[in-house]
Unconditional design. Structure first.
Length: 334
């Protein structure tokens, strides 16, 4: 089969090319999917650069979310038939014509969603669902702060917070255009802060009457750490999903964690067990019928920044590296 491969196994976007690689083998309770579309995520950039290898035994081909047709069933697989339209989550291997995943890792594609729209959902929304609902245990009336608000996971976290009854959702981003866009969305942010020019902790205090937020979803790490602690209310919870600005916070005073009874928890998804992912995907699957396309009126929707043919995968990676996207960067196999 054809797949997006990396010359010399790592390097810049220019090292990406479409080449031949063995078709994955089917195991028990697995399904093979002929892929129509896949999404880009920042972990793909890290993997391409050699900084984020897939878990042991997982395909070296990049990509963790996809949509397509079921093309073959492994021994003992049930609940699916050849030809079913699906979308799903993988630990790797989605930048390819075919992928093999556990039968529990796919969901039925709603008819009203396109292949691109369906493929844009799994990694972002399931990651955000894990961070907002499972880890931070959001409650109706909570005040929420979401960093990288215009990113795929950020947009998903904002919408899920609103869906589960947040009182306010403050989002951070780096440009006025992104912030204005986040405020304009039907289930978007209620307040915004430009983290480059504003103190988002002060914006949070204004949005919450001085209380602070109950939930933070953070992807940034070091540069946002101190203001995050200041932003949290008593009994606040912070889900750490990534640390794009660095992982080390020097000379940090831990006293506020004690006095405000804060709960800070890291969360990952790609390296989780098959059983954990099956349960998470099943729980998230209950929300699928709440999704609409970008022109609809449903409570949850996916926003596509740009769609590339996979022959332009280098340009797609450069677009993400430039932090130029508001919404998902998607790729169609042609």
């Amino acid at each position: 089969m054809r797949a997006v491969l990396i010359k010399d196994d790592k390097g810049p976007a220019e090292n990406l090319y479409i080449g031949e690689t063995p078709k994955p083998a089917l195991g028990p309770q697995q399904v093979m999917v002929k892929i129509k579309a896949f999404g880009l995520n920042r972990m793909d950039i890290s993997q391409r650069q050699g900084n984020y290898p897939p878990p042991p035994g997982v395909s070296l081909v990049m990509g963790v979310e996809f949509s397509g047709h079921v093309s073959e069933l492994g021994p003992g697989a049930s609940g699916w038939a050849v030809g079913d339209e699906v979308f799903g989550l993988a630990a790797g291997g989605a930048y390819a014509e075919y992928i093999v995943v556990p039968q529990t890792n796919i969901l039925r594609k709603p008819k009203h969603l396109s292949w691109v729209q369906a493929a844009s959902i799994p990694e972002n929304f399931i990651t955000a669902f894990q961070a907002v609902v499972l880890v931070a245990e959001i409650k109706k009336g909570d005040d929420v702060l979401v960093h990288a608000g215009a990113s795929g996971v950020g947009l998903a976290a904002i919408q899920l917070a609103r869906f589960f009854g947040a009182h306010s959702v403050t989002a951070t981003a780096s440009t006025k255009a992104k912030l204005d866009w986040l405020l304009s969305l039907p289930a978007g942010a209620t307040h915004v802060a430009n983290y480059k020019t504003e103190n988002f902790a002060e914006v949070v205090k204004g949005a919450t009457g001085g209380k602070g937020v109950d939930v933070i979803v953070d992807f940034v790490g070091r540069t946002h750490w101190q203001k995050n602690i200041e932003s949290l209310a008593v009994d606040g919870r912070m889900s750490i999903v990534a640390f794009m600005s660095g992982a080390e916070v020097p000379e940090f005073n831990i006293a506020p964690i004690l006095f405000k009874r804060l709960r800070i928890q890291g969360t990952t998804l790609r390296s989780r067990s098959a059983e954990y992912k099956a349960d998470l995907i099943s729980r998230f699957g209950e929300l699928i019928e709440k999704f609409t396309d970008s022109d609809g009126v449903g409570p949850l929707r996916t926003y596509i920044h740009k769609v590339y043919p996979w022959t332009e995968i280098q340009a797609a990676h450069r677009e993400m590296e430039a932090d130029a996207n508001a919404g998902k960067i998607m790729v169609e196999i042609v």
